[in-house]
Design a protein around this ligand. Structure first.
Ligand code: ZN
Length: 423
């Protein structure tokens, strides 16, 4: 009888019968070898029948023999790809008691531990779905920082997190934009507090008319300060605000609705501005969970009527279709996942492929190497190659022939640790 079984409280709790955790702590000491039939490298390349050797948190080599004593995972019958990246989520948004909890109100109507634990749950869902990196673009709460830390330490399963912490937002009545020195100080303050990027609302939401909320001069100041601080600026922009943000030198345009003119698209391609169209998840999720959102904040009956009309015919906006044809335009993948959509992050890729005619390989690149580049992490993640961080996933089936393989994530490795293996 071993000591665990002999302890009465352990027997009571069934500790002796605990199944092993699905991920491995600490970092495995021996190398891991992945036996791969089909590998998409994240940059458009395909490899067949090879071995990927992972040592520590890095990809050591591709090809060659299985190392002596390696732990082997057989990924036959699966499509292997870099860990997926979602450049636009709201990682702490959730439902509680079948209602959407607006994080901007958290502290007033939900205890902090509840909020944090819902964030932890979201992280598990996101990672299990094969997304090993996500960027959270601001709910205005402080929980992103401890979640980023806990997931980085692998205390709990969750994605690598980048966060804007807060946002620059001036869409409510009576709000005024601060003068230039204060705007610059706000950028520097967020950087000091640990923000990975700055999120800017240059327009109101679609539910509030999509009108610009910042002048060209104000955008120039905010994005200009970000650039001089080495911070990325990610801009929620519709209509005329798109071109303004591109001219201001901001890093990425989110949504873009009503503003993706041929001129704006050409300018973005020329300046290397990233475009994240956020099609196929966010609106569909609102409508699918209408009963939980209706009546909270600006989720009014009129807003739902508009959104229901928008998705009645599943067809990506004409602007997205046109953007696919712009040479050199960097279209990245972001879902804008909020409550109800965490774990379904890949649905926007399926939507782009099925309804938008985007080539499956191009869609995958947008959610791997190109997304990594947009996060300034292109030399670390988003590609399966020697020396890269070992973020590797495998989905059952042939993704290029049937992209619904994205819904059958069978293997998830983040930083060399295996979090899921369900062959
Ligand atoms: Zn968003």
């Amino acid at each position: 009888m071993n000591s665990v079984q002999s302890h009465p409280s352990a027997a009571l709790l069934g500790v002796a019968n605990q199944p092993p955790l699905t991920w491995e702590l600490p970092q495995p000491k021996r190398p891991i070898a992945l036996k791969v039939a089909t590998l998409l490298d994240g940059k458009g390349g395909t490899l067949r029948d090879t071995v990927v050797v992972v040592s520590g948190d890095k990809i050591e080599r591709i090809g060659g023999p299985v190392p002596q004593g390696a732990q082997v995972y057989d990924l036959d019958g699966m499509t292997v790809a870099p860990g997926l990246i979602d450049t636009h989520v709201h990682v702490t948004y959730h439902f509680s008691h079948d209602r959407f909890i607006d994080n901007r109100l958290v502290g007033q109507d939900e205890p902090v531990p509840d909020s944090v634990l819902f964030g932890v749950e979201n992280g598990v869902r996101i990672l299990e779905a094969g997304f090993t990196t996500v960027q959270s673009l601001g709910p205005g709460t402080a929980w992103d920082l401890p979640l980023r830390e806990a997931w980085a330490r692998n205390l709990v399963p969750g994605p690598r997190l980048l966060t804007s912490l807060q946002w620059f937002r001036y869409d409510q009545p009576g709000q005024t934009v601060q003068p230039e020195p204060e705007l610059r100080a706000m950028v520097r303050d967020l950087k000091a507090r640990g923000a990975d990027a700055i999120k800017i609302f240059a327009s109101t939401s679609v539910r509030e008319g999509s009108r610009p909320t910042l002048t060209q001069a104000q955008l120039d100041v905010i994005c200009g300060e970000c650039n001089s601080q080495g911070l990325r600026s990610v801009v929620h922009a519709y209509t005329s605000a798109v071109k303004m943000a591109v001219q201001a030198g901001c890093t990425a345009i989110e949504h873009g609705t009503g503003g993706m003119t041929d001129e704006a698209l050409a300018l973005m391609a020329a300046k290397g501005t990233f475009f994240d169209p956020t099609v196929g998840v966010v609106t569909e999720n609102y409508v699918a969970n209408k009963d939980k959102y209706l009546g909270v904040g600006n989720y009014t009956a009129e807003a739902f009527a508009m959104m229901e009309k928008l998705i009645a015919n599943p067809k990506p906006p004409e602007e997205f279709m046109r953007s696919l044809k712009v040479p050199g335009l960097k279209i990245v993948y972001g879902s804008d996942a909020t409550a109800g959509a965490h774990g379904h992050n890949a649905e926007g890729l399926l939507y782009r492929i099925k309804f938008g005619g985007q080539h499956a390989m191009q869609a995958l690149v947008s959610a791997t190497s190109l997304a990594a580049e947009s996060l300034n992490l292109g030399s670390e993640i988003g590609t399966i190659a020697p020396g890269m961080t070992a973020d590797i996933v495998a989905m059952r089936g042939d993704y290029l022939a049937d992209a619904t393989a994205l819904r059958r994530m069978a293997f998830v490795m983040k930083g060399g640790r295996v979090f899921k293996y369900q062959p």
